[in-house]
Structures are given as structure tokens and as C-alpha cells.
Write a protein that binds this ligand. Structure first.
Ligand SMILES: Cc1ncc(COP(=O)(O)O)c(C=O)c1O
Length: 416
């Protein structure tokens, strides 16, 4: 590897050299020595339809030759407008204002800032605390880190710089195998939250959650009914609600969005990752007319002064339109269901805390070392997995074959 490169989330002192990938094709990554790896992480949750999908590659090429980029203030363009029209058909009707940015963290920053400024713009001065669930992950920028909380295993070194976030303790939530415990604890958690809200509810600006599936912390699940209760509770205090669907969006959980499992509609939805099918960076923060209208004013200070150079990049938008078209095809939806069924019908007999939601499945092993061992062995067998501490998860592109899923289960079970 070129020694000047500093990799993300990598301890360069001890990490092994990266494998140089020359080509991507469907669910596979092909290295320079010709080895083939099945990408069972969808490359950090972004790749939906397989690598180098020819139809997306084609629109990317065409768009690059037509209009590669333009500042998105004075100008607009067809790919952005088409994308918003297409998304409006699958978004809750109430969410009809679309703010573009270029990655998951910025989609979250936009939601946090807009929620905060919404109150300022409407004359409410003291709502300066956020609320979230412990064990969340929203990205690595300061706002996103702050709402993940001071106990986040990724960000604690920066914790004295975070703004104030109140945590709802869901630390014993671990998915389907403990669903009864979960239901019992829900009352307790809501009661504790209610008590806190009676004290400080009117100072809280917004609740942010990853709906149903807390991803990067360890693929933890919680019930849709609980999410609905949580949202209803905070609404009693006029607290805004942000759903981070950056990882869960676009049928990952078996429905278009995880929020579709319940009746709660948030004030903001953050989208990124799978939005372009994993081709290019793009993000959206989708909100309601109520929020948008609070920024309309003759007073310039009420403007939302936020933007990124690559806002609504036309090539990214064109890729996103094509990706959405592919997603909504009958055969893609059938395959998503088949992957979900595959997880349901296959086991890891020696694993604990097995949990699955749609196309995602995960389980725990005794230690981080054991997880690393299994992941290393999988790699030797041509399967790319990436552990989250002692959790191993499978998060495949939707084009993955049953044979590749079968091989992944067999290999993991062998080393478990
Ligand atoms: C739920 C969630 N939100 C936000 C992010 C941040 O996205 P990005 O890495 O594009 O900044 C991630 C990334 O893993 C995520 O899983």
C-alpha cells in the first residue's frame, strides 16, 4: 500500500495491509491477484444492487458527459428534480421538503441544525438539549457524535466537546431472543423517560433514533411498538423527531423504510448510503412543510445557512434515480424477500443473541477476539465480513445468490 494513505477506522500500527481491489462485479470484489471476495457488508452498507451495476454505470457515464456538477443555489437540474419526484412516491405524504447534502453524517447534521433553528425561528429560545437512545450511531461529525452520547465506544475521546444530549437507556435491548424481556422493560423505560420529560421536556429540541435497528453499535433491534410509544411520548412535549434511515432505508429491513413497520411519522428522515445504490456520495434530509415554512422570512437570519460544495451532485442524483428504479422492480423485491427468508430458515447453532430483520442478520460470540478469528477465516474462504466488537453480521447486496449465502453460513458455522 502507498504508505501516505491513512485509512478510516483503522489502527495503522497493527492493521494488516489492505487488499488491493481491481474490480467489482455483482456481490463480488476481485483483487489484483485474482482472488474473489463476496461482499457481505455491502461495503459499509452502501451497495444495494451489486458492484459496478451496468445500468447505473451507464447513467453515471451519460450524466458525466452532460452535466457533471453545478452549484445548487441559483441553479437546479433534472436529475435532482426527478429524484425528489420519485422519492415523493415512497415517502410519507407529510414529508415533502428535500434538503440535499453528500453523506450520512451531513444528513444528520442538517436535521439537527434545522430542528434547533426551527425553534429559534419560531421564537422558542431554550430548546437546546437533544434526546436519543443509547447505542446509536449517526456519523462522525460533531453533531452526529454528540447525539450518540458520551458513552459511545467510538467517540468518547471527544466527549467534552459534545453538546448536551439526554440518553434513553435501552442497553438491555438485544433482539428477538429476548423479546419478552424487551416488552417488560419497555414500560419501565417509557416511565423513566416520562419522569425525565416532566423535568426537562420543554428544553428538548429533538429526539433522534435509528428506527428499529441500531446498526454500527452492534446491530441491536428494538420493537416497532416501542418506537411508536417513544415518539408519542415525546410529542406530548412538542419535541421534534428525527429518524436516521441512512442504514435502514431502501428495503434493508424488509420494508422500504424501517419506519414503515409503525405508524409514527417523524419530522425529519435522513437518507444516504444505499440512496445511489452505492455508486456515489449523496444524502437527503427530508422534512415537512411545517419545518420548511418556519425558515421563510424577510429576516435573513431565519435562512438555513447550510450547504456543501457537492450538494445534489447531478451524477449522484442520476445514479440514485436509476438505483431506485432497479429497487422497485418485481425481481429485486422478490430477491429481498428471499434473502430475508433465507436468514429466517438458517441457523448459527453455536451463536448467541441471533437477531434478524429483513436482509440483515447478526449474532454475538464470546469475545472480540473470537469475532476477529471468524472474520479472518471467512476472508481466507473468500467472504468479506467486518465485525462490530463481538458481533458478526451479514448485510449482503440484494443480488447475492443463495449459494453465496449458503457458503457464508457454512463457513461461519465451521469456525464457530
Ligand atoms: C445509521 C447511520 N447514520 C449515519 C451514518 C454516517 O454516514 P456516513 O458514514 O456516510 O457519514 C452511518 C454510517 O454508518 C449510519 O450507519
Amino acid at each position: 500500500m502507498n504508505k501516505m494513505i491513512w485509512r478510516p477506522f483503522t489502527q495503522e500500527k497493527t492493521a494488516s495491509r489492505p487488499i488491493k481491489i481491481k474490480k467489482g462485479c455483482g456481490a463480488y470484489l476481485i483483487s489484483e491477484d485474482g482472488s474473489k471476495y463476496t461482499d457481505m457488508t455491502s461495503s459499509w452498507f452502501v451497495n444495494m444492487h451489486g458492484h459496478a451495476h451496468p445500468e447505473i454505470a451507464e447513467v453515471v457515464g451519460e450524466q458525466a458527459k452532460t452535466l457533471e456538477h453545478v452549484i445548487f443555489t441559483k441553479f437546479s437540474h433534472d436529475p435532482a428534480e426527478k429524484l425528489v419526484n420519485d422519492l415523493s412516491k415512497i415517502m410519507p405524504r407529510q414529508l415533502n421538503r428535500y434538503f440535499f447534502s453528500d453523506n450520512g453524517s451531513t444528513a444528520v447534521e442538517v436535521a439537527l441544525k434545522a430542528a434547533y433553528q426551527f425553534f429559534k425561528n419560531t421564537g422558542v429560545e431554550n430548546r437546546n438539549i437533544f434526546l436519543s437512545l443509547d447505542g446509536g450511531y449517526y456519523g462522525d461529525t460533531f453533531g452526529a457524535m454528540s447525539v450518540a452520547g458520551v458513552n459511545s465506544k467510538y467517540h468518547s475521546v471527544f466527549s467534552d466537546l459534545f453538546f448536551k444530549t439526554l440518553m434513553v437507556d435501552v442497553s438491555e435491548y438485544h433482539g428477538e431472543s429476548e423479546i419478552n424481556l424487551l416488552e417488560e422493560r419497555e414500560d419501565e423505560i417509557i416511565r423513566a423517560l416520562d419522569k425525565k420529560l416532566k423535568e426537562v421536556g420543554e428544553k428538548i429540541c429533538a429526539l433522534i433514533v435509528e428506527p428499529l435497528l441500531q446498526g454500527s453499535f452492534g446491530m441491536r433491534l428494538y420493537r416497532a411498538e416501542f418506537l411508536e410509544r417513544l415518539v408519542n411520548k415525546v410529542r406530548e412535549y412538542d419535541i421534534l423527531v428525527i429518524f436516521d434511515e441512512i442504514m435502514t432505508g431502501f428495503y434493508r429491513t424488509g420494508k422500504m423504510f424501517a419506519m414503515n413497520y409503525c405508524n409514527a411519522v417523524p419530522d425529519f428522515v435522513c437518507l444516504s448510503k444505499g440512496l445511489t445504490g452505492g455508486f456515489l456520495p449523496l444524502a437527503l434530509t427530508v422534512t415537512s412543510e411545517k419545518i420548511y415554512d418556519a425558515f421563510l422570512s424577510d429576516d435573513k437570519r431565519k435562512t438555513f445557512l447550510h450547504g456543501h460544495s457537492y450538494t445534489a451532485n447531478p451524477i449522484s442524483c442520476a445514479a440514485a434515480c436509476k438505483s431506485l428504479e432497479i429497487l422497485l422492480r418485481e425481481d429485486t423485491l422478490k430477491r429481498i424477500k428471499e434473502i430475508s427468508d433465507f436468514h429466517r430458515n438458517h441457523n448459527f447453532p453455536n451463536a448467541t443473541k441471533r437477531r434478524s430483520l429483513g436482509t440483515v442478520t447478526a449474532f454475538d460470540v464470546d469475545s472480540d477476539e473470537k469475532a476477529n478469528f471468524i472474520v479472518d477465516k471467512a476472508l481466507e474462504n473468500g467472504i468479506f465480513l467486518r465485525p462490530l466488537a463481538n458481533t458478526i453480521y451479514i448485510f449482503p447486496p440484494y443480488c447475492v445468490s443463495d449459494e453465496d449465502l449458503e457458503k457464508t453460513y457454512t463457513t461461519i458455522n465451521k469456525y464457530l
